[in-house]
Write a protein that binds this ligand. Structure first.
Ligand code: FAD
Ligand code: SIN
Length: 532
């Protein structure tokens, strides 16, 4: 009998306390909050997150949220910009849904109390790369995510149907015969397990940045949701499309703190060590080219010059505007001795966003009955091969709402004895820190901006070898579960990247440098593809 089955047999599922609810939402970012609020209109919601509710990618969002609300903007223009950035892989219908419904969802945010910045009483829109209009709403200058999360959380706390559960880590989904019944949690404060059975389960667990050494993502972004859904048999799509943000702070000892694209939107230049503004040599739209183009150009420039970073130069922009628009960036840079009004900021690309994810339809439904996914963890098809800046918060808001509005079929009681996999045992054989560091080093070296078959094959083989002993291990603490999830997510990314023998958007193969029309389709991976 595999190790993983023993817990159930010895302890019995009935020893694990049970909570019943109509809807379970896993994740406290914008997608989870949006889902919980929609679901609360229909019945009780259990809203769970693995740490503090404020810890999410959403909280750190700087630039803002894109919505065609400006007088000179239109739904059609926003759709066209999204499709153009997506490298021929966007699902146009999903894009239309996002852009159309996004306007209403953003108005609801305003009604809830999110104070987007205004000039003379009117919303002040900023510009970001590849947007043909100023259409990004922002709050507190560059602290948009914090403003959105804190306001939505406040509303959630006041909503009688929403029951909040922080410090609860979702270990696995409860599923049987292609139907989801909820999830098994670890209460990380008291070290006990809890079973939550629900008619509707929404996975809104965010991204995967922590799988890589250099990332803008906070520590929570360990790819749990991809692995949870994958283990339950859900289909994952387009996982090779990992977006690098072109400009993260590059200083020894500093975190890879994001320097928002809105900084370039307000006019900042990218310069090399000699002070040359180099982007016009690579692309007509220069600093405001799509994100994949800017990241690839920076790496080409670094390879040509042998330097380790380039610089963002704001010295020609009005100092008052810089201080007003970018207070957080200014303050973090000041901590490292950089005055952004006077000193060029050393920057370099880092992993930022996962375009692929758990395959969902337009109603956020996955390939497993009663299981929904929304936000960064989900694949809706709106981003294609390269996400347009500030469309992520919008997508999460819109499809989170759709997930929470779903009408699931009653799954019936969860059959006792069905919880087969990955119930925890104590596992102390593995050095989790070392494993995590090794994984990040491998992915950074081989799954970066430029890829090739030799490195990808090496990665797939290495991850497979590690998985044989790491996934069989029984952990009882969050870091152990997280590293297992990171390993699974990395495997799916590597397998998908090896399969796509072309270059498109954020996926660049030096051995297949052109776009191949026969690859104008989505890749997909399920657990059967990785089982030997
Ligand atoms: P998240 O906001 O990441 O929330 C995920 C939640 O799930 C967290 O609460 C986490 O704790 C919880 N969770 C994860 N695993 C588990 C588990 N196993 N059990 C229980 N809970 C779990 N996009 C834009 O559109 N505009 C921007 O300006 C922008 N700026 C960004 C800046 C930064 C620094 C970063 C990192 C991203 C930025 N993005 C931006 C991207 C955007 O913020 C994210 O894609 C988006 O916030 C994802 O929202 P989400 O709700 O899907 O996930
Ligand atoms: C940024 O502010 O540059 C991040 C925007 C995004 O990821 O969409």
């Amino acid at each position: 009998m595999p190790m993983q089955e023993r817990y159930l047999v010895e302890e019995g599922l009935s020893t694990v306390p049970l909570i019943n609810t109509r809807c379970l939402v896993i994740g406290s970012g914008i997608a989870g909050l949006s889902a919980a609020m929609a679901a609360a209109k229909k019945g009780p919601v259990l809203f769970a997150s693995k740490g503090d509710f404020m810890e999410s990618n959403t909280t750190y969002a700087q630039g803002g949220i894109a919505a065609a609300l400006a007088d000179d903007d239109s739904i059609e223009l926003h759709i066209q910009d999204t499709l153009a950035a997506g490298g021929g892989l966007c699902d146009e219908e999903a894009v239309r849904l996002m852009v159309e419904e996004g306007k209403e969802r953003c108005r609801e945010l305003i009604d809830m109390g999110v104070h987007f910045d205004r000039t003379d009483g009117k919303i002040a829109f900023t510009r970001e790369g590849a947007h043909s209009r100023r259409r990004i709403l922002h709050a507190d200058g560059d602290a948009t995510g914090r403003a959105i999360t804190s306001t939505m959380l406040e509303v959630a706390r006041r909503t009688p149907n929403i029951h909040l559960l922080d410090n609860h880590f979702a270990i696995d989904l409860l599923h049987e015969g292609g139907v989801c019944h909820g999830a098994l949690f670890l209460d990380t404060c008291y070290g006990r397990f809890i079973r939550v059975e629900a008619e509707l389960t929404v996975v809104a667990t965010g991204g995967v940045g922590q799988v890589f050494r250099e990332t803008t993502n906070p520590a929570i972004a360990t790819g749990d949701g991809y692995a949870l859904c994958f283990r339950a048999g859900a289909l994952l799509k387009d996982m090779e499309f990992v977006q690098f943000h072109p400009t993260t702070l590059y200083l020894a000892g500093a975190p890879r703190f994001l320097i928002s694209e809105a900084v370039r939107g307000e006019g900042a230049y990218l310069i090399n060590q000699t002070g040359e503004r180099f982007m016009p040599r690579y692309s007509e739209k220069a600093e405001l080219s799509p994100r994949d183009v800017v990241s690839q150009s920076i790496f080409k420039e670094l390879n040509a010059t042998g330097d380790t970073c380039v610089y963002l130069d704001l010295r020609h922009i009005d100092a008052g505007l810089v201080a007003k628009r970018f207070p957080t960036i200014g303050s973090v840079c000041a901590d490292y001795g950089i005055d952004i009004r006077r000193d060029p900021i050393p920057v370099r690309p880092a992993v930022h966003y996962m375009m692929g994810g758990v395959s969902t339809d337009h109603d956020a439904s996955t390939t497993i009955k009663n299981l929904y996914a929304a936000g960064e963890v989900a694949f809706t098809g709106v981003h294609g091969a390269n996400r347009l800046a500030s469309n992520s918060l919008l997508e999460a808001l819109v499809f989170g709402h759709r997930a929470g509005s779903a009408e699931p079929e009653n799954p019936g009681p969860f059959p006792p004895g069905s919880l087969r996999k990955r119930l925890p045992f104590k596992g102390a054989r593995l050095d989790i820190e070392d494993l995590s560091r090794s994984l990040k080093a491998l992915t950074w070296r081989n799954l970066g901006v430029f890829r090739n078959a030799i490195r990808l094959t090496e990665t797939v083989e290495t991850l497979k070898a590690w998985s044989r002993y790491v996934l069989a291990e029984q952990f009882h603490m969050r870091p152990g579960f997280e590293v297992q999830n990171m390993l699974t997510a990395a495997q799916v990314i590597a397998v998908s990247a090896l399969a796509r023998t072309e270059s498109r958007g954020a996926h660049q193969r030096v051995d297949y440098p052109s776009r191949d029309p026969s690859w104008a389709r989505h890749s997909s991976v399920s657990i059967e593809d990785l089982d030997e």
